[in-house]
Design a protein. Structure first.
Length: 162
């Protein structure tokens, strides 16, 4: 299977979801960047987080036996590779929700909504605010004015050439 990356924005910060390869992962590295003063290692060091990961991995691997080396992991670390968007720490969706709850209740609801939408429909509607729309509209207007200006120059050059 291949990667199925979906990128969304939460308050202007990029958050990548990977629902490919039979996994449902979220970039914890990108999540933590959206919250100044919070560190992933602080969340990971919590006793409750460690216990949650252990139980989550046990539930993810009930049919795999006791050899944990064969188990799917609730976390994935990507350090190299050709695609920089895949680098960083990735959390299984339930662990990502636990991280979101630790960070901010509003963000927890946002992550839950994106995951539920992706699982239900295979896609989600992007959150576009008025500022983003105004910015895009201004860029379109700027480009249209530039095209108009360049076409005037082109017409002048054609006249000079005759």
């Amino acid at each position: 299977m291949e990667k199925e990356l979906q990128v969304f924005e939460f308050e202007g910060k990029r958050i990548t979801f990977d629902f490919g390869d039979g996994e449902e992962m979220v970039s914890a590295t990108e999540i933590i960047k959206a919250f100044e003063g919070k560190r992933l290692r602080d969340f990971a060091a919590l006793k409750q987080t460690k216990e949650f990961i252990k139980e989550l991995e046990r539930s993810m691997n009930t049919a795999k036996g006791e050899d944990s080396r064969l188990w799917k992991k609730a976390t994935r670390s990507v350090r190299g590779g050709n695609d920089p968007s895949l680098r960083g720490i990735w959390y299984e969706k339930r662990l990502a929700l636990k991280l979101a709850a630790w960070l901010n209740p509003k963000f927890e609801v946002w992550v839950f909504t994106r995951i539920a939408e992706l699982l239900r429909t295979g896609q989600t509607q992007p959150d576009i605010d008025v500022k983003t729309l105004e910015f895009v509209f201004q860029k379109i207007k700027d480009n249209a004015m530039e095209i108009h200006y360049l076409s005037d120059i082109l017409e002048d050059l054609k006249k000079l050439k005759k």
